[in-house]
Design a protein around this ligand. Structure first.
Ligand SMILES: NC(=O)c1ccc[n+]([C@@H]2O[C@H](COP(=O)([O-])OP(=O)(O)OC[C@H]3O[C@@H](n4cnc5c(N)ncnc54)[C@H](OP(=O)(O)O)[C@@H]3O)[C@@H](O)[C@H]2O)c1
Length: 286
């Protein structure tokens, strides 16, 4: 496996096995430079979102890299303030415009049950997601995005969507790392041919000092972040590490010259709940 190896989504789209995260990479020089470093280091998969506020800088870095569009995989996400057919379609157009792209490779519904939907009624998220997904299906059919998926969806959100969908989500992006392995959700996604993307593979930086991982880091002559990213790959997930430092960006991609043994994966699996757990998607305040 290498940085440009791919998983194949349910519709046949190829997606590079490791992506570059950009949440909290400030718009302007920081987002621009970190994406540039990532592309220079060989990453070909960039993960952004409308709410990150950095799509224009990400787009500029992509353009300036000179890498052919077809060699890149770009994901963005629909924010929570758009949940009608028209507003969803418009939001995708705005993201494309900011990124300076004709199409996305993957478009995700960022959260299944935003606060604005909750106040409209107990089950409002179901009809809101159905309408949102209809707009996603049409955008996909129109060629504005090569694949469509969801993020932070739990099993009940996915099950509700099946009642009206004509195209199934191809990806579910979730908080996944040794501290929260979301075993049932991962199994559900796998059983339904939905790729598990792992956001916060380093626990947003909070897992990088874990003493329980330092002996493994020594054993493999790797850093703790590299061990955590490798664990994610060895689980069959698609990790999305983020950094704004060139040395970390390079190091996080240097995870293809080793694999963890089954015993070492099992020892990392014992770290469930050692740090934070995922946010309850039905209780978000945004
Ligand atoms: N769909 C969603 O709701 C959702 C939610 C969260 C995240 N995501 C996606 O997943 C991506 C990754 O998740 P994340 O941003 O939460 O965090 P993460 O990748 O788990 O961790 C990033 C943090 O770790 C630090 N770091 C990275 N590599 C390091 C290294 N080799 N050594 C030491 N420190 C290192 C970074 O520092 P510096 O930046 O200072 O270098 C940053 O503080 C996001 O950027 C975003 O694209 C999606």
């Amino acid at each position: 496996m290498s940085l440009t190896d791919t998983y194949t989504l349910a519709n046949g789209t190829k997606i590079p096995v490791l992506g570059f995260g950009t949440w909290q990479s400030a718009d302007g020089d920081i987002a621009y430079q970190s994406v540039k470093w990532a592309l220079d280091a060989g990453y070909r998969h960039i993960d952004t979102a409308a709410i990150y506020g950095n799509e224009a800088s990400v787009g500029r870095a992509i353009k300036d890299s000179g890498i052919p569009r077809e060699s890149l995989f770009v994901t963005s996400k629909l924010w929570n303030d758009a949940r009608t057919y028209e507003t969803v379609t418009n939001a995708l157009d705005v993201s494309l415009d900011k990124l300076g792209l004709d199409y996305l490779d993957l478009y995700l519904i960022h959260w299944p049950n935003p606060a604005g939907v909750q106040i409209k009624g107990e089950n409002a998220w179901q009809s809101a997601n159905a309408e949102t997904w209809h707009a996603f299906e049409d955008a996909y059919t129109a060629g504005k995005t090569k694949a469509i998926g969801v993020s932070n969806f739990q099993i009940h959100h996915l099950e509700a969507l099946t009642k009206t969908q004509t195209i199934a989500p191809m990806v579910n992006q979730n908080f996944l790392n040794p501290s929260d392995q979301q075993v049932e959700l991962v199994a559900y996604n796998n059983a339904h041919n939905i790729l598990n993307e792992a956001y916060s593979p380093l626990g947003t930086g909070k897992l990088i000092d874990l003493p329980q991982v330092s002996s493994l880091a020594e054993k493999y002559n790797k850093s703790i972040p590299q061990i955590l990213i490798r664990w994610s790959l060895d689980k069959g997930f698609l990790p999305l590490p983020k950094s704004t430092h060139e040395s970390y960006i390079k190091a996080n991609a240097d995870v293809f010259d080793f694999v963890l043994t089954g015993d070492d994966i099992a020892s990392l699996d014992k770290l469930q709940a050692v740090g934070e757990l995922h946010t309850n998607a039905d209780q978000v305040s945004f």
